[in-house]
Design a protein around this ligand. Structure first.
Ligand code: ADP
Ligand code: S3P
Ligand code: MG
Length: 175
């Protein structure tokens, strides 16, 4: 059984994914990293050289490839659930967790010096106001997809031990 983490860029999929995997004794997989290795270039370059529609097709194929994994926490990309049948596919083949973070909190995280926002092609070279506007628009378009997840956690609920206990409660035979 694999676990798919879903949410906006900056919602903490990669950060929680690593920690939750450790807590559960699962492996960790970051879909963006698998994709970059497969294409032999960073995600920003895939966007720049091959365009977004190529990226979305490759991303969906890469997602379907995770069927080969067992007991992995998989950090998806922010757009993954919003294209093709990806969201339904994840619900069918794994456990889905939506990390629901407000626009204000996302702006704060993505403008922090610790975040590599320049590595996020959809946000590179934007002013704070432009960043807020594009996050707002994205939330409106994407939350309807994200909401199809089996679990939804807000930032104060994302301690790995708490998330793990909720998973065990709902799926006692899987953990
Ligand atoms: N729970 C959290 N509280 C505050 N900051 C966080 C939290 N989780 C992640 N961050 C920070 O937010 C930024 C984005 O996190 P990341 O895990 O890369 O998100 P994603 O993979 O969803 O895009 C990083 O700078 C990270 O340190
Ligand atoms: O929101 C998006 O469409 C994207 C989010 C990125 O992942 P993160 O959510 O980890 O930033 C990455 O997949 C790509 O840059 C596109
Ligand atoms: Mg990430």
């Amino acid at each position: 059984m694999n676990i798919y983490l879903i949410g906006m860029p900056g919602s903490g999929k990669t950060t929680l994914g690593k920690r939750l995997a450790k807590t559960l004794g699962f492996s960790f997989t970051d879909l963006d990293i698998v994709l970059a290795e497969q294409e032999k270039m960073p995600v920003t370059e895939i966007f720049a050289q091959k365009g977004e529609s190529y990226f979305r097709q490759a991303e969906s194929e890469c997602l379907k490839g995770t069927l080969q994994l067992q007991k992995s926490v998989i950090a998806t990309g922010g757009g993954t659930p919003c294209f093709f049948d990806n969201m339904a596919w994840m619900n069918e083949h794994g456990i889905t967790i939506f990390l629901d973070v407000s626009t204000d909190e996302l702006v704060k995280r993505l403008t922090s010096s610790e975040d590599a926002t320049q590595k996020r092609p959809l946000f590179a070279n934007k002013s704070v106001e432009e960043l807020r506007d594009s996050i707002d628009t994205m939330q409106v378009n994407r939350v309807p997809h994200y909401e199809k997840s089996q679990f939804r956690f807000f930032p104060h609920e994302t301690k790995p031990s708490f998330v793990a206990s909720q998973l065990k409660e709902r799926f006692p035979d899987s953990f």
